[in-house]
Design a protein around this ligand. Sequence first.
Ligand code: FAD
Length: 477
Amino acid sequence: MDMPAPDQGVIARKARIVARLRAVLPADAVIDAPEGLRVYECDALTAYRCPPLAAVLPRTTEEVSAVLRVCWEHGVPVVPRGSGTSLAGGAMPTADSVILGVARMNAVIETDYANRFIRVQAGRTNLSVSGAVEAEGFFYAPDPSSQLACAIAGNIAMNSGGAHCLKYGVTTNNLLGVTLVQMDGTVVTLGGPWGEPSGPDLLGVVCGSEGQLGVVTEAWLRILPKPEGARPVMAGFASNEVAGACVADIIKAGILPVAIEFMDRMLIRVCEDFAHAGYPDCEALLIIEVEGSRAEIDEQLALIKVIAARHNPVAFVEAEDEAQAKRIWLGRKSAFSAIGRISDYMCLDGTIPVSSLPYVLRRIGELSEEHGLAVGNVFHAGDGNMHPLILYDANKPGDLEICERMGADILKLCVEVGGCLTGEHGVGIEKRDLMAVQFAPADMEAQMRVKDVFDPKWLLNPAKVFPLATSLTRRAG
Ligand SMILES: Cc1cc2nc3c(=O)[nH]c(=O)nc-3n(C[C@H](O)[C@H](O)[C@H](O)COP(=O)(O)OP(=O)(O)OC[C@H]3O[C@@H](n4cnc5c(N)ncnc54)[C@H](O)[C@@H]3O)c2cc1C
């Protein structure tokens, strides 16, 4: 993975820069010792690492603003960081950058049930947002599998999704407003409890901007009343292609389950070993969840059963109780950790039209044969957001490079069938060099002009999203 050469001038001025940061933050909020910085050398894309110049952990918007002013004056790149669970290398530092971590900014600022919103500091973890409102019968819908750890800040930056986003939409559909600190320290508010009043959709520009435009410090989020009930079913099939065809038929029939998740044989086995969920022994498994009143659930499941029957399922099992439903979801949501117990892996994130699922799954199988690396498939099938997991051996010379080539071939395949490079994990460094597969030079120029406006010195989150050669003249100032 190519990264730009760090600015040696910044590195030479480290002591002065750290002293300036110490002057605007409490003593325990600035980390510059090598052993303390090891924590920040990578995110969940652990194949690539680089310790930063320093790390700061502010507690307030004012402290974030003060840090950014120092870095702006000294020309120091800044990498915003939530919980560091990005699978795209979005929070990976460069040697001349300051990591600005928002983990200590985790307070609930305001909860308004009548108007259905919550305002939180951006470092609050995703699951603890629902935790803060569940006693009143509410929840926050976007549910990345990493929700126990990942922060709302990272969710906003990556426009994250999750299993239940088929019905409720991803982060952008549940975000009402943000407080954003620009690179020069200016604090702005976009949207608010009632969303953006008028004018261009700047909130939409910030959501999914991968830390390129500013540092999000607070967010207004939509909260929803919990559904009356929900029930998952497991439908097992004799092949990946048949399961893919069943998903396409469910969507075509106009039924909108809250989630349709897919696992192939490899994932079924590792997730079953992990969660003991009672997954059936089959080549491909769909977990389909519907919600509503008991009558609504029964009606939707009856329709789904009829559609599944056309594809000769080898199993069709409805969760009998809450405990079984929880185990079914535990297995699926633990998929990445479960596969991590058996191998090093790289998790991809392409999106395709649902109707292409059978073809794409077959081609992924062929690419696995061609490159000689095993691949497991687990993904949000209802909205075509695929997560092929390529298994490789980090200790075997050359394996990572084969894995990278195979990953690139799979993502190109997604674009070829009319999909795109990322569904929810973002571009980061992982897909940066593939951007030209999806975007024409004029498209990328337009995207870079947006960054010019928010971050004219190109100091925020360097070397992400835009191919290095494409952004060279801007980064060089
Ligand atoms: C086991 C596992 C399962 C996962 N499952 C899912 C899933 O189901 N769905 C999904 O969408 N993702 C998933 N992910 C990916 C990851 O959890 C998400 O991308 C998440 O939103 C990252 O949040 P974070 O707080 O960890 O952000 P980080 O990793 O710290 O950063 C991610 C990006 O956000 C930027 N950023 C962080 N904080 C700020 C801020 N305050 N202001 C501006 N930019 C900021 C960073 O610069 C970086 O570009 C998974 C990851 C793992 C490890």
